[in-house]
Design a protein around this ligand. Structure first.
Ligand code: BG6
Length: 482
């Protein structure tokens, strides 16, 4: 049994992120017995609550956001870990209050900044004022880290004045998803994949992050952000780097992150003249969804507002390095689409001197399902039995799914995994500062081109597959969304 004392301090304990994601993750970790007896949790917020009041909020949040009934024993074990600290983080002197509650400052202290980023600096200053920036202390920060290269640099600079890079854990929860964790293993341990994972053999790659949800009441955040900054700058580009990075020398955090940065530095920057052929943006309008009429994006706030913010984007992009030169990457992500589906599709080139040229669409595919039904399938062709004269082929799917292969093992959630990795000090699943900067550079260039080129914002019906122009983006190249 590990006897180290741990203390998780959640700044922004009243907020959406803490209630929706962190508390359920802590419940699951308790259920899986992953928290040792010396693990404490301190919620920090501006509220005149005592510990009892806070526990009521915690329980209520769990009832709402946990997809299962709260088990009495698990709750009993979890609830004794909690404390609450009423603290206005902009008042430096109030931090002494937190120090009193933590009392054992020799614990490993994980400070989770589940707050807007304008509070990151005051929190860092406050923690420093009570000597909680020592090497025993780590901080976890959430996206969005800024909304441009400039603002993210400001934030990183400020945090860097108080904490060293080895203490900073920038979360991108997609990096905690099992299928993405598997990718380096899949790619680098299987010679049949390793040897064909390049421009010589791959025709193109697609990444789809399609969401069923809308903006979930987050108008103020989303209307200044949009889908490009909300999903592409972080999750989508992270996925892209993991599928395309070269093999690192070993799996240490820095080696992996060095390879990912090389990819981000090789992203091709688009130019005005071809920009509108390489991007499609859209915004959902009202529609019939799961039998209900749902409001369009502009009716999501209390009053109907005008907004040019995109809730859908599809982009054709390239990586200008030896391995990927001229291989197109078609990526798309949107809210209020017909289904939740996150997947990567590798479409392989057809054989040269193909005997079966008359059979359309003769391309092998590797479809990696991030979710749902985590796993992957490899599509390959076989002859239809008995038919010989026409060389008729059919497409066979070799399927791997975690559910089938590990029926007794429930995949651990992304936040659960990342909290554990932070406790263990493993930074490889967190984003390094230069990764954030390189991805913002590219995203800034896209946002600027969008402004300068008056790109049409296509309206699409809630519950559909997005604007039809997104089909054209890929179909002009004689390729199809999978
Ligand atoms: C978050 C975005 O980072 O990821 C949300 O801010 C989005 O807008 C969410 O809905 C998607 O995450 P997941 O794990 O549900 O695909």
């Amino acid at each position: 049994q590990n006897t180290q004392n741990y203390c998780l301090v959640i700044f922004g304990a009243k907020g959406d992120l803490a209630r929706r994601k962190l508390l359920p993750a802590l419940y699951h970790l308790e259920k899986l017995k992953k928290l040792n007896n010396h693990f404490r949790i301190i919620g920090v917020a501006r509220a005149t609550w005592n510990k009892h009041d806070y526990l009521l909020i915690v329980k209520k949040s769990l009832q709402h956001f946990l997809n299962e009934k709260i088990n009495d024993l698990i709750w009993k074990n979890l609830s004794v870990r909690f404390d609450f600290c009423n603290l206005d983080v902009t008042e430096l002197h109030q931090f002494s209050q937190l120090k009193k509650i933590i009392c054992n400052t020799n614990s490993l202290i994980i400070n989770y900044f589940a707050t807007p980023s304008n509070l990151f600096e005051p929190i860092c200053a406050g923690l420093t004022s009570i000597q909680l920036n020592s090497m025993n202390s780590r901080i976890i920060i959430e996206k969005p880290i800024g909304n441009s290269l400039y603002t993210s640099n400001l934030i990183n600079e400020k945090i860097g004045q108080y904490f060293q890079e080895s203490q900073i854990f920038r979360i991108d929860h997609y990096l905690g998803k099992e299928t993405l964790l598997n990718l380096p293993y899949l790619r680098f341990s299987n010679s049949i994949l390793y040897n064909i994972w390049n421009k010589e053999n791959i025709d193109h790659i697609q990444i789809t992050l399609s969401e069923k949800v809308g903006i979930e009441g987050r108008w103020n955040y989303f209307n200044q952000t949009g889908q490009i900054r909300d999903m592409v700058q972080n999750h989508l580009l992270q996925i892209l780097t993991i599928i395309t990075m070269s093999q690192p020398n070993n799996l240490t955090a820095d080696n992996i992150r060095n390879e990912k940065v090389k990819i981000l530095k090789s992203l091709r920057y688009m130019e005005n003249q071809n920009f509108n052929k390489n991007i499609v943006i859209g915004q959902y309008k009202h529609g019939l969804f799961n039998g209900k009429i749902l409001p369009g994006y502009t009716q999501e706030n209390k009053i109907t507002e005008c907004s040019n913010i995109e809730t859908f984007v599809a982009i054709k992009m390239f990586i200008d390095n030896m391995q990927w030169k001229n291989v197109p990457f078609y990526v798309r992500t949107g809210k209020r689409l017909s289904k939740k589906s996150s997947k990567i599709v590798l479409v392989f080139k057809k054989p040269i001197n193909n005997l079966f040229n008359h059979v359309a669409q003769l391309s092998n595919k590797l479809i990696i399902r991030i979710e749902p039904n985590e796993g992957f399938e490899l599509e390959i062709f076989n002859k239809v039995p008995q038919v010989t004269h026409k060389n008729i082929l059919f497409n066979t799917k070799f399927n791997f799914s975690y559910d089938q292969s590990f029926p007794n093992y429930k995949l651990i959630g992304a936040y659960e995994r990342l909290l554990l990795e932070c406790i263990n000090g493993n930074q490889s699943l967190f984003v390094r500062r230069d990764e954030i900067e390189e991805s913002w550079k590219w995203i800034d260039s896209i946002i600027l081109l969008l402004k300068n080129n008056n790109i049409i914002l296509h309206k699409y019906q809630s519950g559909s597959n997005g604007p039809s122009s997104a089909k054209d983006l890929i179909e002009v190249d004689n390729r199809f969304w999978i």
